[in-house]
Write a protein that binds this ligand. Structure first.
Ligand code: FAS
Ligand code: PHB
Length: 393
């Protein structure tokens, strides 16, 4: 068995693992990242598209702000449509000048992968049989197979950045962890297409036929979603069927300007809210999707991963550079406080904008009133805006 030694062993080379690894390496704290998939697979993932200002600042600090600022798009607002009505949510005005950055998670990952390689960070891709050991004891370590060889990584701390289906959360004894979950009775069918977006800002559509979202990656690449049945399959949706359903869920004056074209990516994502408590187990810290999942309606998943990274980075910096473990001890409480507020916001936006099968007439009226009140009241629009741009870290 080959033995490697590092200060922090990071499981997973998604946004959480890569961002944490870069911030730590940049202050001289050694990390090794163990990633199950190939580099190509990691770079091929298409997921989030909206970055809060807190995440933008962290990416700048990690040295990957240049391409984001040159290719990303700063948005000062977005629209909510309800049947044929159009309402702009003016983030800039409602939050006193805050905005969001539209820049795909794929690009964020690419920038972080390149930065880590350029600054000598060690990442082992295609690491299999990753197992976590003695994270509650004195010799935390991780074993895995790399290139057909058994490897043991000895470390002081383990950062579980391996997503919802990873090994980290599953390594925690059931008696030590409490989970909270809500599974929604629908999914999102998403496509990518190299056609201009229908608007210069995002459009969240609430319609009797179901929810839709018109987003983008650039002014020549669109990212669209429609609510679909939880058991739906991608094969059941041709491009033509997708585009015609999307058109039906938009106000006519927008639908008629929709540019359609072939999709080069088409997936269905299930929607769930999930939180694991606590987020620390001895020398193991859960980060990002390893600890929580939100429906993408509020664009919070990727951004919560960033705020977890911020809190854990502050804790590890305090420990390794100043011998002060207080912020490490506070990690789980600080992270969960912000996580639950984002879980609430994502649940609220999802519940308000989607159509639920088996909804009673009373429930349908209540949700219509919720949306009408939200769109009429400055107070509720301000609350929507401050959550959308991101609550403070
Ligand atoms: P990730 O899941 O991104 O990364 C985990 C990494 O760990 C992966 O590279 C995985 O290969 C690796 N891994 C897993 N198990 C391992 C093991 N045993 N050993 C080693 N490595 C292992 N968020 C939004 O804000 N907006 C969206 O529109 C949006 N759309 C999404 C669509 C889909 C289909 C999915 C799945 C998620 C979406 N999300 C969205 C949420 C998503 O962006 C996550 O919040 C974000 O990827 C979280 O990053 P990580 O915590 O790094 O987890
Ligand atoms: C995206 O562009 O993929 C996106 C944007 C906003 C969301 C969800 C997804 O709320």
């Amino acid at each position: 068995m080959k033995t490697l030694t590092t200060q922090v062993c990071i499981i997973g080379a998604g946004p959480s693992g890569l961002l944490l690894g870069q911030l730590l390496n940049d202050i001289g704290v050694d990390t090794i990242i163990l990633e199950r998939s190939s580099l190509d697979h990691v770079l091929s993932r298409v997921r989030a598209g909206v970055l809060e200002q807190g995440m933008v600042a962290l990416l700048e600090r990690a040295g990957v702000g240049e391409r984001m600022h040159s290719q990303g798009m700063v948005h000062g607002g977005f629209a909510i449509t309800h049947e044929n009505d159009f309402h702009r949510i003016d983030l800039d005005r409602l939050t006193g000048g805050k905005t969001v950055m539209v820049y795909g998670q794929t690009e964020v990952t690419k920038d972080l992968v390149e930065r880590r390689a350029a600054t000598g960070g060690v990442t082992h891709y295609e690491a299999s049989s990753v197992d976590l050991h003695d994270f509650d004891g004195d010799t935390p370590h991780v074993t895995c197979r790399i290139g057909g060889e058994d490897v043991r990584v000895e470390c002081k701390y383990i950062a579980g950045c391996d997503g919802f289906h990873g090994a980290s959360r599953r390594s925690v004894p059931e008696s030590a962890i409490r989970t909270f979950e809500k599974v929604y009775p629908f999914g999102w069918l998403g496509i990518m297409s190299d056609v201009p977006p229908v608007s210069h800002e995002l459009i969240y559509a609430s319609h009797s036929r179901g929810f839709a979202l018109c987003s983008m990656r650039s002014m020549s690449r669109s990212r669209h979603y429609i609510q679909c049945d939880a058991g739906d399959s991608v094969e059941a949706w041709s491009d033509e069927q997708f585009w015609s359903e999307l058109r039906r869920r938009l106000p006519p004056e927008i639908a008629e300007t929709l540019t359609i074209g072939p999709s080069f990516e088409k997936t269905i994502a299930p929607l769930r809210s999930f939180v694991a408590e606590p987020m620390r187990f001895g020398n193991l810290f859960l980060v990002g999707d390893a600890a929580h999942i939100v429906p993408p309606t509020g664009a919070k998943g990727l951004n919560l991963a960033a705020s977890d990274v911020n809190y854990l980075f502050e804790g590890l910096r305090g420990y390794f550079l100043e011998g002060d473990a207080s912020l490490l001890d506070a990690y789980s409480k600080r992270a969960l406080s912000r996580v639950w507020k984002a879980v609430r916001f994502s649940w609220w936006m999802t519940t308000m904008l989607h159509r639920f099968p088996n909804q009673t007439p009373f429930e349908a009226r209540i949700l219509e009133a919720e949306l009408a009140y939200t769109l009429e009241s400055e107070a509720t629009k301000a609350a929507l805006a401050e959550n959308y741009v991101g609550l403070p870290y």
